[in-house]
Ligand binder design. Structure first.
Ligand SMILES: Cc1cc2nc3c(=O)[nH]c(=O)nc-3n(C[C@H](O)[C@H](O)[C@H](O)COP(=O)(O)OP(=O)(O)OC[C@H]3O[C@@H](n4cnc5c(N)ncnc54)[C@H](O)[C@@H]3O)c2cc1C
Length: 541
């Protein structure tokens, strides 16, 4: 197994691993044979990398763009058991997710915290109807409960949600789940995997699979910064490319002439972000049944409020999908039904779209994604390409465990140590210091957990750029978090693009300047400015 260049010293003054691109590319070029090669650096691929690397397998992960650039940075940011799956009678799915919720909160307390949800009731029957389910939800969590489900009268409801529409309000049910910073968690997973020896490379696309005797033997990757290609050999290749898994399954099938059908039915989810005064306090609002039967959330997150999401079938797989007019209208219309002072188009600070990799049951072409499975699917092709997709962020760890079990069963990996990730703190939570950091408040150095001590030694700690971002954070992102571009920093190391795209736009030049000092490259400021406009552009009214 390849050892990282310098293992960090443990304790409160941990020195993070460096992520200098030249040395990462040099390792890729090394032509080493890996136990496991993973295509895709989202929640699924990075979670798998951590599980495998911590068991002692040699692991390489290639990501075509940036880590978490796909769906994994565009979620509703909830660590949840999935109350609505309970309504569908899927108790085992909920039980597993509740277990995973606690594990995540324990292993990354700087990036994931409990959050109280308030479900307002406007009809008498709603409190008892939803109340039974939510009491059961809490009971399923057992000792892992984050707080008891409670019934609130109208006065208590308005204390928790002061901007709630009071007309016809009977009361509410309050229950607990969790919330997190999805992109930073993805990076923490990857960086922790790297501590265990995994090699991770972003801006490195898998362009072909290699086969020997009818079985996958590795892949060809392209460094998208230099266009240089490299061959990687691996005993086991896992396709964790999210909504894009079918493209790699196609490559595999072409080489082996195996017949196969597409398995992903993408579904688009749109979120808008508005100021906190639309949802003052520390409680999230959940509407379990909107006019068209969907769930709508308004969640306080990093000093703003996220409202969403939609669930619209989509057939193209754009990297930056555009919202449909009806989706924005739906979010604004439903918000206005529940918020006394409701956001208008002009109040939107950012709008972003993510694609759910929902798994299509064989022979289902109905296009109705709400009925499609949200559990993960693992497929092993005739040529032994392992594909994993579906599921949700909250259950990434259980998915990784399942994938490795299947790979071992199929003799693609030798049996090694059993899974260690249940009690494996991620970078930022490894010193044993007690960390409690509310995710609803504005971004700060608290997101770095125990790495804040080290961060404070970098140049530019006192130079605030805006939105909680400092010069030192940009340097940290480049030196230790694989950031290459202004977008990497402003979309996923800091979350400014998602929180306030105009503010992100205003700091882009300063971020580009610091990246240039660190890497000698421009950081692609112009491309970021164009992207930020995309997050500010609403579909025509
Ligand atoms: C709107 C929305 C809200 C959601 N909210 C929640 C929530 O609140 N809680 C929750 O638990 N879950 C939520 N989810 C689900 C969760 O976000 C996803 O299940 C999860 O992020 C999927 O991760 P992934 O790694 O499989 O996919 P991705 O994050 O998309 O990662 C796949 C990666 O593969 C890369 N890739 C593709 N092709 C190649 C190639 N050829 N070479 C190299 N790399 C490649 C892509 O660039 C991408 O980064 C939500 C999903 C959506 C869409």
């Amino acid at each position: 197994m390849h050892q990282p260049e310098s293992m960090p010293t443990r304790g409160p003054h941990t020195i993070p691993l460096e992520t200098r691109r030249e040395s990462l590319v040099a390792r890729i070029a090394d032509n080493q044979r890996y136990d496991l090669a993973i295509i895709g650096g989202g929640a699924t691929g990075l979670g798998l990398a951590l599980d495998a690397a911590s068991r002692g397998y040699s692991v390489v992960v290639v990501e075509a763009t940036d880590f978490a650039q796909g769906t994994s940075s565009r979620s509703t940011k909830l660590v949840h058991g999935g109350v609505r799956y309970l309504a569908q009678g899927n108790v085992s799915l909920v039980y597993e997710a509740l277990h995973e919720r606690t594990t995540l909160l324990n292993n990354a307390p700087h990036l994931a915290q409990p959050l109280a949800f308030v479900m307002p009731c406007y009809k008498f029957w709603e409190q008892s109807f939803y109340g039974v389910g939510l009491v059961l939800y809490d009971a399923l969590a057992g000792r892992k409960s984050l707080g008891r489900t409670r019934f609130l009268n109208k006065t208590r409801t308005l204390q928790d949600l002061p901007n709630l529409n009071t007309r016809g309000l009977k009361g509410a049910i309050k229950y607990w789940d969790g919330q997190f910073d999805d992109a930073r968690l993805a990076l923490a997973l990857g960086r922790t995997a790297a501590q265990h020896g995994a090699l991770l490379l972003n801006y490195c696309e898998a362009v072909a699979l290699t086969h020997a005797d009818g079985s996958v033997s590795g892949l060809i990757v392209r460094d998208t910064e230099t266009d240089q290609r490299y061959a990687i050999q691996a005993s086991c290749v896992v396709n964790a490319a999210g909504v894009w898994v079918d493209a790699l399954r196609d490559l595999d099938a072409q080489a082996t002439q195996e017949k196969h059908s597409k398995i992903v039915a993408p579904s688009q989810g749109v979120h808008i972000v508005v100021d906190r005064d639309f949802l003052p306090g520390d409680h999230a609002l959940i509407v379990p049944h909107t006019t068209d039967g969907r769930v709508l959330f308004a969640v306080p997150w990093l000093g703003k409020v996220i409202i969403g999401t939609t669930d619209t079938p989509r057939h193209d797989l754009s990297r930056e999908p555009t919202p449909f007019k009806e989706e924005l209208e739906f979010i604004l219309r439903e918000s206005a039904r529940y918020l006394a002072r409701a956001p208008q188009r002009d109040d939107i600070k950012s709008l972003w779209v993510g694609l759910r990799p929902l798994v299509k049951p064989p022979q289902d072409d109905s296009g109705n994604t709400k009925k499609i499975s949200r559990e993960h699917t693992i497929l092993i092709s005739k040529s032994k390409l392992v594909t994993v997709t579906g599921g949700k962020w909250t259950t990434y760890r259980a998915m990784a465990q399942d994938v490795l079990t299947q790979c071992i069963k199929a003799n693609l990996l030798a049996q090694r140590a059993s899974c260690l990730t249940e009690n494996l703190p991620l970078v930022g939570a490894q010193s044993g210091e007690v960390i409690s950091h509310q995710m609803s408040v504005a971004p700060s150095i608290a997101a770095y957990g125990d790495e804040a001590t080290y961060l404070n030694t970098l140049p530019g700690t006192q130079r605030a750029l805006g939105g909680g971002l400092t010069e030192a954070m940009v340097r940290f992102a480049v030196r230790h978090e694989y950031a290459r571009t202004v977008e990497d920093v402003l979309a996923r190391r800091s979350r400014l693009l998602f929180l306030d795209a105009a503010l992100a736009l205003s700091v882009a030049d300063a971020v580009g300047q610091i990246i240039a000092e660190e890497t000698g490259q421009s950081g692609n400021v112009a491309a970021f400015k164009k992207l930020a406009q995309h997050y500010l552009t609403l579909p025509a009214a």
